[in-house]
Ligand binder design. Structure first.
Ligand code: DX5
Ligand code: ZN
Length: 221
């Protein structure tokens, strides 16, 4: 399985997002964090901005919804043309119905888990989703340090996906950098969100290539 790098524009310059997208032409996905100041204690951007980002980005847009009531709001992001929409397990009341709606709109459906949320309730539902996002920090802010205790959950998620023969991606988000990406890759992640480790450098494109190289080499025999 190839390793996909998804720079998070949370760490980019919000005054010129079009230009910031152009600095990572080699990204596999562009990760956009939507926060509502209710599900998490921070607020970022919403549907009108995502709609424009989809229009100007030549990379697929991966939306991470850190909002209450994704059952109501998530389909709008799929209609806006996002390649994938990930909602939090803790915030939805009907994850399967929502995932089916997103897929019907031609979008990949992701379920995100806070560090303290178990993956087990979803292991029988893997056929209904396209991605599990294991948060490796508490959601809400960029630049936090990686929580090592999330690695067993990454391993259990990957093991269940493989055991069931599912085609489901495992994404990790938070504190992913050149020092941690190898360990999460070995644990079974294949989609790596990185904010500060990409946009906090002078050369974001070079950072993307380096992260991909490190992830690949961590799982190469
Ligand atoms: C945090 C966001 C992340 C954030 C990661 O809640 O979901 O996508 O941008 O930032 P870093 O890579 O700096 O930890
Ligand atoms: Zn995110």
């Amino acid at each position: 399985m190839d390793m996909l790098i998804a720079p998070s524009i949370l760490s980019a310059d919000f005054s010129d997002l079009g230009r910031e997208l152009g600095r990572v032409p080699n990204a596999d996905l562009v990760h956009v964090d939507v926060m509502d100041n209710h599900f998490v204690p921070n607020m970022t951007l919403g549907l009108p901005v995502v709609r424009r980002l989809v229009e100007v980005s030549d990379r697929p847009v991966d939306v991470h919804l850190m909002i209450e009531d994704p059952d109501r709001w998530a389909p709008g992001f799929a209609e806006a043309g996002a390649a994938s929409v990930t909602f939090h397990a803790e915030a939805t009341s009907a994850p399967v119905r929502l995932a089916r709606q997103l897929r019907d709109l031609g979008c990949r459906a992701g379920v995100a888990l806070r560090p303290a949320s178990p993956v087990e309730p979803f292991l029988d539902l893997l056929a209904e989703i396209d991605m599990v996002l294991v948060m490796t920090v508490e959601p809400g802010f960029g630049g936090q340090s990686f929580i090592e205790g999330t690695l067993p959950k990454v391993r259990r998620t990957r093991a269940a996906i493989d055991a069931g023969g599912h085609d489901v991606w495992v994404q990790v988000d938070g504190g992913v950098d050149p020092g941690t990406i190898g360990r999460v890759a070995q644990a079974g992640a294949n989609v790596f969100v990185a904010g500060s480790a990409v946009y906090g450098t002078d050369d974001p494109a070079a950072a993307v290539d380096e992260l991909r190289r490190l992830a690949r080499s961590a799982v190469a025999d």
